[in-house]
Design a protein around this ligand. Structure first.
Ligand code: NAP
Length: 264
């Protein structure tokens, strides 16, 4: 019997990682390259994409750079088409782009609520439906990993748009897993507070200390903590795992930060 470690390898496979210029997306692209995949690096800012691509190439893997704003339907379609044109196959899709800052419910407009849903859910839905048929046609099977959040797991004041968006992403994951089985697996990761540029934009030292104090593992996450789980879910090691929401959040059983209630 082959070594179990072989099941963690993705050699010869091709992965698209959205939002892979920095943060969790970049760490995931590099992790997949470490494990043998060629990677399509995608975001809007080309200079950051170049930095990720350099790390993929340092690992002896091929990197294709595709500028793509996931909010634009034509650009999403082109991202998948360029992948097939360059590599002739697609095995793995990581829907990493997403996010939204906290905002009180009563100050959130309908338009902001819908825009957050579109950013976190519709784009991942569209990329999944564009990719799954190609995965089956070119590789015979595939794996989709959605980057979600503890905000979709724990209700909390101040996170109405983001919480609903990530909760919907998780349910979409479970639904698509049913739709796409047995050929394409779909899983998501409920990420906790992770030290990236987007988190740095909303925390300060006091808030960071408070968040660490609420986290059983006693530290915030690093992008590589999430990347390791994404690699597992994308690899043959997870061949019997689909429709699951994996927590990578230091053991949080509640929200990592406290926002004020609406005060009604
Ligand atoms: N960091 C956390 O604490 C945390 C916690 C829970 C969940 N998450 C989730 O993890 C994911 C990644 O977060 P992160 O912290 O790594 O973010 P980040 O450091 O801000 O990186 C986001 C990446 O996405 C790209 N991007 C942003 N908007 C885009 C668009 N419209 N089209 C294409 N690419 C776009 C960015 O590049 P460009 O700006 O160049 O396009 C960048 O490469 C998100 O889904 C987020 O909700 C993060």
């Amino acid at each position: 019997m082959a070594s179990i470690m072989e099941r963690f390898h993705v050699a010869g496979r091709v992965a698209i990682v959205t939002g892979s210029g920095r943060g969790i997306g970049a760490a995931t692209a590099i992790a997949l390259a470490d494990a043998g995949a060629d990677v399509v690096i995608s975001a809007r800012n080309r200079s950051q994409m170049e930095e990720t691509a350099a790390q993929v190439r340092e690992r002896g893997r091929r990197a294709l750079l595709v500028e793509c704003d996931v909010l634009e339907a034509e650009q999403r379609k082109s991202l998948v088409e360029q992948t097939i044109a360059e590599f002739g196959r697609l095995d793995i899709l990581v829907n990493n782009v997403g996010g939204s800052g906290p905002k009180p419910a009563l100050e959130t407009t309908d338009e902001e609520f819908e825009a957050c849903f579109r950013f976190n859910v519709t784009t991942a839905f569209s990329m999944s439906c564009l990719s799954a048929p190609h995965m089956v046609e070119t590789a015979g099977q595939g794996a989709i990993v959605n980057i979600s959040s503890v905000a979709g797991r724990f209700p909390q004041p101040g996170f109405i748009s983001y919480g609903v968006g990530k909760a919907a992403l998780d349910f979409m994951t479970r639904n698509l897993a049913q739709d796409f089985a047995p050929k394409v697996r779909v899983n998501s990761i409920a990420v906790g507070s992770t030290l990236t540029a987007s988190l740095a934009g909303v925390i300060n030292d006091d808030l960071e200390r408070a968040m660490v104090a609420r986290t059983p593992m006693g530290r915030l996450g690093q992008p590589e903590d999430i990347a390791a789980c994404a690699l597992f879910l994308a690899s043959p090691a997870a061949d019997y795992v689909t429709g699951e929401i994996y927590g990578v959040n230091g053991g949080l059983t509640g929200t990592p930060m406290e926002m004020p209630r609406a005060g009604l």
